[in-house]
Structure formats: C-alpha cells, structure tokens
Design a protein around this ligand. Structure first.
Ligand code: 5GP
Length: 342
C-alpha cells in the first residue's frame, strides 16, 4: 500500500547484519563462492518460522559473508539506501563491531567503516538522517563489553554526533545482565544513550529488574515484561515511571516464535496504555520485511486508522537519541510531507 511507503518513518531498531537484503546477499555470495552459502540460509521467508536459537544461527552465516571493510561498506551503504527508499527519514543503525584476524578487520575499523558509509550516503544526498549505536553482544561477557563501551565513547566524541549510544543484544539465553551492568553504567555516565534488549524471552525477570534500575533510554522488545505473559506489575511500573520507550518488532517476534500470533503481540498492551511504542523492523533481511510492511501489519492487526498510524510514526520522533534540534527538524519534515501522504 503506497500510503505506508510514503508515510515518513523513523527506524530505531535495526541490526546491520540482520538488515541485509536479498540483492546484497547475492553480491556477497558472489564475492565468496567457496563458502557455499545459499540465500535460504540467510533469510526466513513468508509464512516460515524458526526458533530464536535458529535465528541466531542465521546471523553466524551472514557474519561469514561480511568479514572485510569492503563488505561492511557495501552492506551499510545498501541498507541505508534501502531504508531511505522505504520512506525512512531517520535511522538508528546498530551493529556489533568484530575483529576478523584473517582479513585484518578490527572493532575500530569496523565502526569507522560504518561511519564512512553513513557519510558517503549523506554526501550523495540520500534523504535520510542516519546515526549509529555500537552493539554489545551479551555472549561475549564483561571484558568485551567494557572494551566496546570505551570504543563507543571515543567515537561519540569524534564522530560529529553520528555515534549516539549503545545497544545490548545477542542471544538472550546466554549470559546474565549483572555481568554487563558495570559497563552499561559506565556508558551511561559518559553520556552514551542505552537501548537494551529486555525480557525478549521469559525467565529474564531478575535481569530486567536489575537493568531497569539504570534506567535504559529505550527497551528492545520487552516481550515478557507485563504480568499477562509472566512478567510483573513491578517491571511495568518501572518502565512507565521512567517513561522508557519500547522498540517493537512484530514480524521478528512472530517469526522467531516468542509471540504466538500477531494479534497477541505486546504492541497492544503498551499502545493501549498510551506508552511510547515505536514500530521497528529488527532484521529486515533475515525476516524478509521492511518498515512500511511493519506499519501496515500493525494497522491491520490492531485496527488503526490512518490518522493513528500517522501519529504513531510522528510520536517515534520523540524517542530518537539525537538532540532536540534534530527532533524539531524531523517534526517540520512530517508537517511538510503530510499533505502529500493524505
Ligand atoms: P550485527 O550486530 O552483526 O550487525 O547484527 C546481527 C547481530 O544482532 C546478531 O548477531 C545479534 O547479536 C543481534 N541481533 C539481531 N537480531 C536480534 C534479535 O532479535 N534479538 C537479539 N537479542 N539480538 C539480535
């Protein structure tokens, strides 16, 4: 539906290597034919589902394909242009910096390359404001988390406002947030914004409670925070009291089987409460979706009017990590575009 494509949108939860499109995967495969990777191993098609664990196997395959600065530059550039073509006006990309001994890639050059892609797109006049969140993979533990925070802090100070904060992601069944708390606290103290994957699976109540005390600036998923699904009112109260926006990814959660069906997605719980809820893609490549589709899906599942959808995309502006001046620019853009979209 052209309305959803033309709707100006804000994307706040997009993992770089999960966002790689089919055409880009094809290019990567042709660069590395010896890996014998087929497209079926890098994306989950319509109607297909995987367990969350199987989803994390998919990322490992993509990481094999993306292991040089050249790959990262191409992937980031393609992903940014695809979001722009889908009507995304402001994008916070997140990615986990990796060292690859065989290719000489370092965590530092990884981040530099993403920044280079952002700057290149800007100089080409691509109509999208892109920022970067440095991701911590929880499986890598305390030391790597601390090292990543240091890197993120350096880049925050030297990237002209392009690096805004940190993401905590990775397999939620591995490791515990308490081991990462000192690194996250340090990040917060130095002015990095925090977006944390919280309660993505059941049985993370203690961890969520602990991490909510920071408090984070945004929450990824938060699927099992509320009492109806085994969370608790205490957790909900902390989220509400601190007014922490949620990044909600419908297709990702249904395909990854943490949510049984769209109508049961926790978007309903938080949206009905009037709590800041931002529709996001998570991994548009892996889950074969885009942000227009996600808005359309939310609208059809929860019976949202076009005015309500407009307000949803507009209210997402208040949840971005960039400063108020950027929020004002985006709000003006929404005002300018409204007559064209309606
Ligand atoms: P990258 O950080 O390499 O650009 O993107 C892929 C990585 O993002 C994965 O290895 C994983 O750490 C993280 N990621 C992507 N999607 C999800 C998700 O749905 N849940 C969690 N917890 N992590 C994810």
């Amino acid at each position: 539906d052209v309305f959803y494509r033309e709707l100006p949108k804000v994307e706040l939860h997009a993992h770089l290597n999960g966002s790689v499109s089919y055409p880009t995967i094809e290019k990567l495969i042709s660069r590395k034919p010896h890996l014998n990777i087929e497209h079926g191993m890098t994306a989950i098609g319509k109607g297909q589902r995987r367990t969350l664990d199987e989803c994390f196997q998919v990322f490992k395959v993509i990481h094999q394909l993306v292991d040089t600065e050249e790959d990262i530059l191409m992937v980031a550039t393609d992903v940014i242009k695809e979001f722009a073509a889908d009507g995304v006006k402001y994008l916070e990309l997140r990615s986990t910096p990796r060292d690859e001994k065989t290719t000489g890639l370092t965590k530092k050059s990884y981040i530099e390359t993403v920044i280079k892609a952002i700057k290149q797109c800007k100089s080409e006049g691509v109509d999208i404001d892109v920022r970067f969140l440095v991701a911590i993979d929880r499986r890598n533990g305390t030391e790597v988390a601390m090292e990543t925070v240091k890197l993120a802090e350096d880049f925050m100070l030297s990237s002209d406002g392009l690096v805004l904060g940190l993401d905590l992601s990775g397999d939620p069944t591995v490791g515990h947030g308490k081991d990462l708390l000192p690194a996250l606290q340090k990040a917060k103290n130095c002015g990095l914004k925090l977006s944390l994957h919280l309660s993505e699976v059941p049985s993370q109540l203690d961890e969520s409670d602990l991490l909510l005390n920071l408090p984070p600036d945004r929450i990824g998923h938060g699927t099992f925070l509320h009492p109806e699904v085994g969370g608790s009112q205490g957790l909900v109260d902390k989220v509400v009291k601190n007014n922490i926006p949620l990044e909600l990814c419908l297709t990702s959660n249904v395909k990854g089987q943490t949510v049984a069906r769209y109508s049961e997605h926790h978007f309903k719980y938080w949206y009905q409460m009037g709590h800041p809820s931002v529709i996001c893609t998570d991994d548009k490549g892996v889950f074969s979706t885009d942000l227009s589709q996600e808005y359309q899906l939310a609208a059809s599942t929860f019976d949202l009017s076009r005015e309500a959808v407009w307000k949803l995309s507009h209210d997402a502006i208040d949840c971005i990590f960039a400063p108020d001046t950027v929020k004002q620019q985006l709000k003006q853009k929404w005002i300018d575009l409204k007559p064209q979209v309606f």
